[in-house]
Write a protein that binds this ligand. Structure first.
Ligand code: GLC
Length: 439
C-alpha cells in the first residue's frame, strides 16, 4: 500500500474548506448545517490532524442536545438566509428542545460513542479520562433517551420514525414501505397528475447535483410530508405512535447502537462508573432481540416493522452492518462475508454498493440505492477486522482509498468504475480517507 501523500493533503484541504469554526459542514452549498453522524465521522479523521479540533467537533454537537437526551440529526445555522430550514422544523414547539439553537426533531445513527473512543485512542490515560468525563453524561443521556422513547414496549430494539433517522435516506426497505403505506392522499394526487415535475424546478439539491443521482421529486415531497406529520405531533413520540405514523426497527441503526452500547460500557468501566442496572439489562436484551431480525430462508438480517414485526425483506448495505455490531455469531458473520465476496451481490469492482448488484433496486449512481459510501466501508472494515477477516478488511481498505484517490472526495461512488457522484468535497469521505490512510 502506498502512502498516498497527495490524497492526505487533498483530504485535509476539504476539511479546512468545510470548517465552520466549531464544526464542519458536510459539503459547501448542499449541506450547510451541522449533521450528527457526519460530525462523528469527521472527528474520527480530524483527530489525526488536530486532536483539540476533533474534540470540539463532538462537543459542539452537545449544544443541540434536547433536555430529554435526544441528539438531533441537524443543528441549524442561525444566519437569516436559513430561516426557511429552521421553520420547516420549528423545534421550539417541543418543550424539551434546546433553548438557544434550532434543530430538527429527529435523530441519526448513534455513532457518537465510536467517535469518542477513537479520539480517546490518541491520548495518554489522564487526558483520556478527562475527555471521557467531559462526554460521558451526554452520551449516557442519549442512550437512555433511545431506550425510553424508542423502545416503548421494552422489546430490545429501538425504532426510527423517519428515513432520515437511518442516515440512509432513500434506502430500499424504507422506500418500499413509504410508497406502499406512508404516502398521503395529496402526495398520491401530485404523483398521478405529474405535478411533481413542476415542484422539481424548485429543488435546491439538484442545482448542485445531477437529478439522476438524487431521490425522485415525489420521494422528496413524501419525505417532507412525513416530516410535517411529525411536526404536527410536536415530535412527541407517544402522539406519533398513537397515530400509526412510520415506525421501523431499522437494521443499520440497531447494528450501530449495539456497537455504541459496548463502547459506552467500556467508557463507563474505565471511569469506574456504574451504569444504571436497568440500562445494562436493556443492552443485553437488545443483543438477544437483534437475532429476531434474522431470516433463515435467505440467511440475512432485515429491518422490521415496529407494530406487526414483519421483516422488510429488501437487502441493502444494512445487511452487512451486523458485522460492525459485533454481537452476531461467527457462523452468521461468515454468511455475511460470503455476500461481500460475491460479485453479483456486494462485491463489484469498487465495493461496497449500498444495494446489492442483483437487487431490483440497484442503480449505481443513485444515492443510497447503489453507490458505494466511504462511511459504510469504514464501519464494515472495522467489523471485518474484529471478526478476524484481516485480509478482507485490508483489501476493502485499499479499494476504498483507491476509489477516493481516483474519483476525488465525493459524497458517494459508482461501484462499477469508482467515479464520484453526489456532492463534491464531501467532509466524511475526506475525514475517513485520512483515518484509513493512518490506520
Ligand atoms: C444526506 C445523507 C445523510 C447525511 C447528510 C449530510 O442526507 O443521506 O446520511 O447525514 O446528507 O451529509
Amino acid at each position: 500500500m502506498h502512502d498516498m501523500p497527495d490524497l492526505f493533503e487533498s483530504a485535509k484541504a476539504v476539511l479546512v474548506m468545510n470548517d465552520r469554526g466549531s464544526y464542519t459542514q458536510p459539503a459547501h452549498g448542499l449541506y450547510p448545517h451541522q449533521w450528527l453522524w457526519d460530525s462523528c465521522f469527521i472527528a474520527i479523521g480530524l483527530r489525526h490532524i488536530d486532536i483539540e479540533r476533533a474534540k470540539m467537533e463532538l462537543v459542539s454537537l452537545l449544544r443541540g442536545q434536547w433536555h430529554n437526551g435526544m441528539l438531533p440529526n441537524i443543528i441549524f445555522r442561525d444566519d437569516a438566509q436559513y430561516r426557511t430550514d429552521r421553520n420547516i422544523w420549528r423545534s421550539w414547539i417541543n418543550p424539551t428542545a434546546p433553548d438557544h439553537v434550532s434543530t430538527t426533531g429527529i435523530t441519526q445513527p448513534p455513532v457518537l460513542a465510536e467517535a469518542i473512543v477513537q479520539i480517546g485512542k490518541g491520548m495518554a490515560w489522564p487526558e483520556r479520562r478527562s475527555w471521557y468525563r467531559q462526554m460521558y453524561p451526554a452520551l449516557l443521556a442519549y442512550h437512555q433517551w433511545l431506550y425510553n422513547e424508542r423502545d416503548p414496549h421494552h422489546e430490545g430494539l429501538v425504532l426510527q420514525i423517519h428515513p432520515w433517522e437511518t442516515g440512509l435516506d432513500n434506502t430500499p426497505p424504507w422506500m418500499a414501505e413509504m410508497h406502499q403505506h406512508q404516502m398521503s392522499l395529496w402526495v398520491r394526487v401530485v404523483e398521478r397528475t405529474h405535478l411533481d415535475s413542476i415542484v422539481s424546478l424548485f429543488r435546491r439539491d439538484t442545482r448542485t447535483v445531477p437529478m439522476d443521482e438524487r431521490f425522485s421529486t415525489i420521494e422528496a415531497i413524501s419525505l417532507f410530508d412525513i416530516q410535517r406529520r411529525l411536526r404536527r405531533k410536536a415530535y412527541d413520540i407517544n402522539k406519533i405512535l398513537d397515530h400509526g405514523l412510520f415506525a421501523i426497527e431499522d437494521l443499520a441503526f440497531n447494528s450501530m447502537f449495539i456497537r455504541a452500547n459496548s463502547h459506552l460500557r467500556s467508557i463507563a468501566k474505565s471511569l469506574k462508573e456504574e451504569l444504571p442496572e436497568e440500562l445494562v439489562d436493556h443492552m443485553e436484551l437488545t443483543e438477544k432481540a437483534f437475532e429476531q431480525l434474522w431470516d433463515p430462508t435467505s440467511s440475512q438480517y432485515y429491518s422490521r416493522d415496529f407494530v406487526t414485526h414483519r421483516l422488510l425483506k429488501e437487502p441493502s448495505i444494512a445487511t452487512l452492518l451486523p458485522l460492525y455490531a459485533g454481537s452476531v455469531s461467527p457462523e452468521r458473520a461468515a454468511q455475511l462475508v460470503k455476500l461481500i465476496e460475491n460479485e453479483y451481490a456486494f462485491g463489484p469492482a469498487f465495493p461496497i454498493p449500498s444495494v446489492p448488484v442483483n437487487s431490483f433496486w440497484y442503480n449505481p449512481r443513485l444515492y443510497w440505492q447503489g453507490p458505494s459510501w466511504v462511511n459504510m466501508n469504514w464501519l464494515i472494515i472495522d467489523g471485518l477486522e474484529r471478526y478476524g477477516y484481516k485480509d478482507h478488511a485490508a483489501i476493502l481498505r485499499e479499494t476504498t482509498l483507491e476509489m477516493v484517490d481516483k474519483g476525488g472526495p465525493y459524497e458517494y461512488f459508482d461501484p462499477r468504475d469508482g467515479s464520484g457522484a453526489g456532492a463534491a468535497n464531501f467532509s466524511w469521505t475526506a475525514a475517513l480517507a485520512i483515518d484509513l490512510l493512518k490506520r
